[in-house]
Design a protein around this ligand. Structure first.
Ligand code: F6R
Length: 615
């Protein structure tokens, strides 16, 4: 949700800002802009509705030479996407420029108060209120920009990250983090700020991760100083981030999403690496081993997540309940945080989040910690807010996911939740040891199976996508662990193709949704071998009897379901526990190819953004 980047150093700032914005575009892409302080002391703002590419065109031919600047790519919250609402916003005098990610909840009251003081507003954003508040405080108190920012943050309520520059001080950048991500990259005599360290990784690997409520004063050729709003000094720890630029490029694929689908054999390998003993097949996760007491004494596990991560969590519930015999509840983080949930000190709360920045999941984590539960994170982005706010955790290690629709992160989350269940079971020493070892042994062969699945199903799925490109509705069905897999398949299709799609537990069809079935309704049924296979086959018969068109995802040797179905996709016959990972491959490809056929912007679907840092 909005991306911020800033630069202060000796290079030309604009190429740094633009390359940072391009890498941050996954966070929002309805408008973009930048403010630079030129050598002659001018503070120039360039901004427009549209993508970063539109901003590049907008500044073409303009003299933008500067060594300090801030920039922004927007996902609109307050005010429609247009040139005026694009960031940066200038204070009334034109002296201070600000970029903002997040929401100022009390902006109306502040706006009224500033209006009474003679301030007028050009945009309909909450962000313009913030910059004018800073200017008002500075002028009223005749104080420094830092002091004005410190005072302003005490008056502003909400979740935000901001970067501020002052025309009269071209050697200073101020950055604030309050519940929205912000990092400072440290180079040789230069500084970068960004919503995501990956966006400036080509310039530096050294980062300071700001904590909530911290205000960084970045001055030319002076070490970064970090304070609170009360001007208390904070520790400045520099962490090194290992990330290669190739992980952030499309690498010859037409879209990031396709690249990320095809990366899964490798990402799975990275996810498993070092976690399964190749001699004994025991699963050991340091996060579980080091916190053994919590896992041994847990009376209940609650998993909180949003979107795709919530689907992974539902699958995780099956794994933990069946392999560890600990009751598991799965909650939408947004519901959990406002529901006054009963959380006890012997509960474990697991937060699942690719970005590690989702506002609702982070709030659920904070609530759980306050309530005394042990909180465990399953995140992808190293050093992210959720990863840092949890007591312990396991990274999924699938590398940067840039396509807005989550693919490799989903299979990584499912994999880690299975590893987690096996590791807990191992520590508990319960009777599932042999079963866990068999799953672990098979898991080691999974990357290769995913590779062959990709090879085999790609062309088949492309042909199927042609048949169904113009369908208006889809139903996805599955049972057990494949019910959440069906939910995820439906979510993939709707978010990138804009075709309405629903996921259902197959047996629920006859309780209502079957009324939708007719010859125009494609039904994707996951009918892989498990205890409910025969029941799923009966559900398929019921659909068939009503003229529905069935696409069945079945195991290699299947004969029964494949006979009933109109179209069949075969996947390797892996254990039930690993099936959601294998089945996801054709479902992701189906959504992808239908969206491409419809001419959709697959990596940047309308209205969406990756990393939902607002409520
Ligand atoms: C869908 C998708 C979203 C995210 C959700 C949570 O493809 O990506 O539904 O899963 O916004 O995001 P994270 O996992 O970053 O907390």
């Amino acid at each position: 949700m909005c991306g911020i980047v800033g630069y202060l150093g000796n290079r030309d700032a604009v190429p740094v800002l633009l390359s940072g914005l391009r890498r941050l575009e996954y966070r929002g892409y309805d408008s973009a802009g930048m403010a630079v302080i030129r050598g002659n002391g001018d503070l120039n703002v360039h901004k427009c509705k549209g993508r970063v590419a539109d901003l590049e065109k907008h500044i073409e031919g303009k003299d933008t030479a500067a060594t300090i600047g801030i920039a922004h790519t927007r996902w609109a919250t307050h005010g429609e996407p247009n040139d005026c609402n694009a960031h940066p916003h200038l204070s009334q005098s034109g002296r201070i420029a600000l970029v903002h990610n997040g929401i100022i909840e009390n902006y109306r009251i502040l706006k009224e108060a500033l209006t009474e003081q003679g301030y007028t507003f050009r945009s309909t954003t909450d962000s313009e209120v913030f910059v004018n508040l800073i200017e008002y405080i500075q002028e009223a108190n005749n104080c420094s920009l830092l002091e004005a920012v410190q005072q302003a943050t005490k008056q502003v309520v909400g979740a935000y990250a901001i970067a501020v520059v002052d025309r009269d001080n071209p050697d200073q950048l101020i950055a604030v983090r309050q519940s929205s991500p912000l990092v400072i990259g440290i180079g040789e005599g230069e500084y970068f700020i960004s919503s995501d360290a990956a966006s400036v990784i080509e310039y530096t690997n050294d980062f300071v991760y700001l904590n909530d409520g911290e205000i960084a004063l970045i001055s030319r050729n002076v070490p970064v100083r970090v304070t609170t709003a009360e001007n208390e000094s904070c520790r400045v720890d520099i962490s090194t981030l290992q990330l290669s630029i190739s992980e952030l490029e499309k690498g010859g694929y037409e879209h990031f999403m396709l690249k990320e689908i095809f990366e899964q054999p490798h990402t799975l390998q990275d996810c498993i690496r070092g976690r399964i003993d190749k001699q004994t097949y025991a699963t050991v996760l340091s996060g579980v081993r080091d916190n053994k007491e919590h896992f041994l004494n847990a009376r209940r596990i609650i998993i909180v997540a949003c979107g795709t991560s919530w689907h992974a969590a539902l699958i995780g519930k099956h794994f933990i309940e069946s392999l560890c015999r600990i009751p598991v509840e799965v909650d939408y983080a947004s519901e959990f945080r406002y529901r006054k949930p009963v959380i006890q000190s012997d509960d474990i709360v697991i937060a699942v989040s690719q970005s590690g920045e989702t506002a609702d999941t982070l709030a659920a984590v904070n609530l759980a910690r306050k309530s005394g539960a042990f909180v465990y994170g399953v995140c992808n982005v190293v050093g992210s807010s959720i990863a840092r706010a949890t007591d312990s955790g396991t990274y999924i290690h699938v590398g940067p996911e840039i396509g807005v629709a989550s693919t490799k992160a989903f299979t990584g989350q499912v994999t880690v939740l299975l590893l987690l269940a096996m590791a807990i079971s191992h520590e508990k020493g319960i009777a599932q040891e042999d079963r866990c070892k068999a799953i672990a042994k098979e898991m080691l062969t999974l990357p290769q199976k995913l590779e062959s699945t990709l090879e085999r199903v790609t062309t088949e799925v492309q042909s199927l996508a042609k048949i169904f490109t113009y369908a208006h509705n889809f139903i996805y069905m599955g049972r057990g662990v494949n019910y959440p897999t069906a939910l995820e398949g439906a979510l993939k299709l709707k978010e990138i193709s804009y075709i309405h799609a629903e996921g259902y537990p197959a047996a629920e069809m006859k309780h209502g949704p079957i009324a939708l079935v007719d010859a125009e309704m494609p039904c994707v049924v996951i009918a892989t071998p498990d205890a409910t296979y025969d029941k799923t086959v009966s559900n398929m018969e019921e659909i068939k009897a009503r003229g529905g068109k069935i696409v069945a995802v079945v195991a290699e040797e299947d004969t029964i379901a494949s006979e009933i179905a109109d179209y069949v996709i075969r996947v390797p016959a892996v254990s039930e526990y690993l099936m959601p990972i294998v089945v996801s491959i054709p479902l992701q490809l189906l959504a992808y190819h239908i969206a491409v056929n419809k001419g959709r912007d697959v990596d940047k679907p309308r209205n969406l953004a990756k990393s939902v840092t607002v409520e």
